[in-house]
Ligand binder design. Sequence first.
Ligand code: C2O
Length: 535
Amino acid sequence: GAIKKYQFDIKVKSVSRLCHAKPIVTVNGMYPGPTIYAREGDRVIVNVTNYAQYNMSIHWHGLKQYRNGWADGPAYITQCPIQTGNSYAYDFNVTGQRGTLWWHAHILWLRATVYGAIVIMPEQGTPFPFPQPYREFNILLGEWWNADVEQVEKQGNMLGLPPNTSDAHTINGKPGPLFPCSDKYTFAAEVESGQTYLLRIINAALNDELFFGIAGHNMTVVEVDAVYTRPFTTESILIAPGQTTNVLVLADRTPNRYFMAARPFQDVPITVDNKTATAILQYKGVPNTVIPSLPHLPNPNDTRFSLDYNKRLRSLNSPGFPAKVPQKVDRHLFYTVGLGTDACTTCVNGTRLLASLNNISFVMPQVGLLQAHYSNTPRVFTADFPDKPPMPFNYTGAPLTANLRTAHGTRIAKIAFNSTVELVLQDTNLLTVESHPFHLHGYNFFVVGTGVGNFDPAKDPASYNLVDPVERNTVGVPTGGWTAIRFRADNPGVWFMHCHLELHTGWGLKTAFLVEDGPGPEQTILPPPKDLPPC
Ligand code: C2O
């Protein structure tokens, strides 16, 4: 492969949206940031220099970073942050992966503005397993706050108040003409009649799962999280924060201007949605004066759509791209996902919300877990995360106060090299009903099963799909339900796992897996790079 080099300058820049200018953190002054292009087999080196007054770290979301957690990026998990005035070169190989991924800041809420696409082309001479598109577009979905996002974050964590929801959703950083002062900032994708386009859709929003659709046009889903899927056609897609979805769109309608739109899926419709982001699918030659029409999108509380859509997602599972689903399980894990409250001295009402896995709310360490593990530094974490909750209860039943006494700790699970792991994530119905997109670093996993209510270990595994389940790096745990995933622990290191709703991550909905070294010389963590940021 080739070596692809990028320079990322982290700097603050004033950006104007919704009639309102504010300084935001950017890469190279761009919002969204630059796209990383690579081919399967390439080596990528991104030198990040931090000129902002914030600590920084960048995560390459979905890249497996085999043996190379040093390039993964989550602050205090695999590295300490890059401090103001310092640089760090993320140096990694793109092996065995092709498709759409993305990168984002992995510290505080800075990923609100610090994010961009990663496009990995197949090896030279290897075609896509679907009709070759004529052209392609990156579609990055995001959220915009008029307020400073770090202030918004502090509201939730330091003051215990519900933080402001965003003021707009965005497509490629732009809210679209349904918002004030946004006309001239609208993103438009120009298409030619009769041609097929590949849309690389990324949900970079902080806290919202989103529906996305294009007026008058169906989409054919061909890939999610950089893994080919069995193609299927749909009017709308559902995409959770952290996920990517590639779709083919055939420009075969009357030449016109059509809106693409994104708006949130909320299990509990709390607010009336007034935050629909739009962009334009623009047929060549149609004047800009034609008013586009909006696509039909599912209702904000359409749980049925969500269940059906996720069921349609399957691995391609072709001879060239077989689904290597672990058929036997060495280690069974069962984690409850809960929201609760906690005493808080800095908070307005003396309490704040917190979130937990198996009743443990994760405490961020002061030094990177990967360094601590690699150098055998004691007392940074304990490798004793429980395989199941402290006591079984009716997870999705009436609110239980017993579970609200949440424990705190930097506790992670130790996993034997190359063992096969099944993890059942069980949502609980304690304070509020929420669905949670869980992301595992360093791996893809197979989503072998999902259901509503309480997971039944005697019955539910019989309905697993062990043939062609979807393979991905981020999966939704449904409201009041469960999701079962399987993976082979063949990547040694310390790998973060967390809810990709930034609000919940901040409340402690996270842990990590410590995957031990294997016996062979090619099965151990690589030595750390010389410029790894010090703590
Ligand atoms: Cu995209 Cu740990 O995150």
